[in-house]
Design a protein around this ligand. Structure first.
Ligand SMILES: Nc1ncnc2c1ncn2[C@@H]1O[C@H](COP(=O)(O)OP(=O)(O)OP(=O)(O)O)[C@@H](O)[C@H]1O
Length: 387
């Protein structure tokens, strides 16, 4: 997050044709955007098609270019190459105040010298709306965020969550075609953050507002977004639903960045149309129900989620003997760290409950995949050095 608190929240449209009733939803297309600051390319060939009413998260590590995308959509920057379309119309050269895009930044950027009412009214007044219309619209917005009794307060008399809701009310007051949220919850403590995430998601879904949302918190992206664009080093690595991104990561970077995963190095020694065999560093072999499109003897990384592994006290065909190293009972689940004969550490999550006996450190147990498809395999050349 590199924005200062002085950037106005909601840009006001001077053209009524550009604003429309909430609930309709507007499409946003980012087509082949490359952006450079001087000689440095910070975005490289970005393509994102956001459907009307969709809630899309931009997820990635610090500096990967998330905020730059929001600034380009808002009109605070002009792309070096590429097109941005709202409802099919190109806007790269339309000034910010004519795009009718609402923005909420991490620090809310409320005007400290204005009370809540005036903050929410700001964009409407800039549009030249009539006083009576301003009053009723501000009242509607304050009711929407359930702060209708706070109109006379100043920002420094509000909690972080209340400021966040006022910032949202201000952005929504001008009926933005697109709403941009840049880490809007990061300043809130954990409990309040969850309440706000639920509330904002409900509110935006009800209103059908097309939203692009920046976060580096993968749980936030997985729980709130309709689709997630996972980014690294100015490139979109995968753009898909939270479930697909989690279950079917398309690159090694995504498999590591989203959720917890075990990465196990090996060599592909055999494959046919239905399965393959990977030899691990210690000579053990794993048989998998996937047919990777790569030559025999390719160096590979297996990515397996801890919850997709099973531990049994009984040996079975294809089970890997491992030793229990650490056992962490965490409420509903137990997290184990086990090691293969050559010392490869592997995390395994098992459900916990009455009658389920815990495994103990030092015990030898047998590791299998929960499902034949519970593993992703990547050629090591897929490795992104930024991971
Ligand atoms: N005005 C600028 N001039 C030069 N470089 C910039 C400028 N703004 C951003 N950058 C650089 O562009 C890259 C992308 O920045 P951006 O703020 O988009 O990243 P981000 O993914 O939003 O990061 P964070 O999560 O830390 O906010 C970074 O390397 C940043 O230093």
């Amino acid at each position: 997050m590199t924005q200062s608190s002085t950037v106005p929240l909601a840009s006001a449209s001077s053209s009524s044709a550009e604003s429309s009733p909430p609930g309709r939803g507007h499409g946003l297309d980012i087509e082949g955007i490359t952006h450079r600051f001087g000689d440095v390319t910070v975005l490289n060939q970005i393509h994102l098609q956001v459907n009307p009413g969709e809630f899309v998260a931009l997820l990635g590590p610090s500096g990967c270019g998330k905020t730059t995308i929001l600034r380009l959509v808002a009109g605070l920057l002009t792309p070096t190459v590429g097109q941005i379309r709202i409802d099919g119309q190109r806007v790269e050269h339309v000034p910010t105040h004519k795009r009718n895009v609402g923005i909420v930044f991490q620090n809310y950027a409320l005007f400290p010298h204005m009370n809540v009412f005036d903050n929410v009214a700001y964009g409407l007044r800039a549009q030249g709306a009539k006083t009576t219309n301003v009053r009723s619209r501000v009242q509607d917005m304050l009711e929407l965020v359930q702060l209708e009794v706070m109109g006379d307060r100043f920002p420094n008399e509000l909690s972080g969550g209340q400021q966040q809701r006022i910032a949202l009310a201000r952005a929504l007051a001008v009926e933005p075609r697109i709403l941009l949220l840049d880490e809007p919850f990061s300043a809130l403590d954990k409990n309040l953050r969850l309440d706000m995430q639920i509330e904002v998601k409900r509110l935006l879904t009800e209103q059908g507002i097309t939203t692009m949302f920046v976060t580096h918190d993968q749980e936030e992206a997985l729980s709130m977004a309709d689709r997630i664009a996972v980014m690294s080093n100015g490139v979109v690595q995968q753009f898909d639903t939270p479930t697909t991104v989690y279950d079917r990561p398309s690159t090694l970077f995504v498999s590591q960045f989203v959720g917890t995963t075990n990465l196990i190095s090996g060599t592909l020694i055999q494959h046919n149309r239905e399965s393959c065999v990977v030899s691990l560093a210690d000579g053990e072999q794993m048989q998998l129900a996937i047919d990777p499109d790569m030559p025999i003897n390719s160096p590979v990384q297996l990515a397996i989620r801890p919850e997709n592994l099973r531990l049994s006290t009984e040996p079975s065909p294809n089970a890997l003997p491992v030793r229990v190293d650490i056992c962490l009972p965490l409420g509903a689940a137990t997290i184990y760290e086990v090691r293969t004969a050559s010392g490869i550490p592997i995390k395994v999550t098992q459900p916990r409950g009455i009658g389920v006996k815990s495994l103990v450190p030092g015990q030898t147990v047998y590791l299998t995949l929960a499902s034949a498809h519970a593993c992703s395999i990547f050629h090591v050349s897929d490795t992104d050095p930024s991971v």
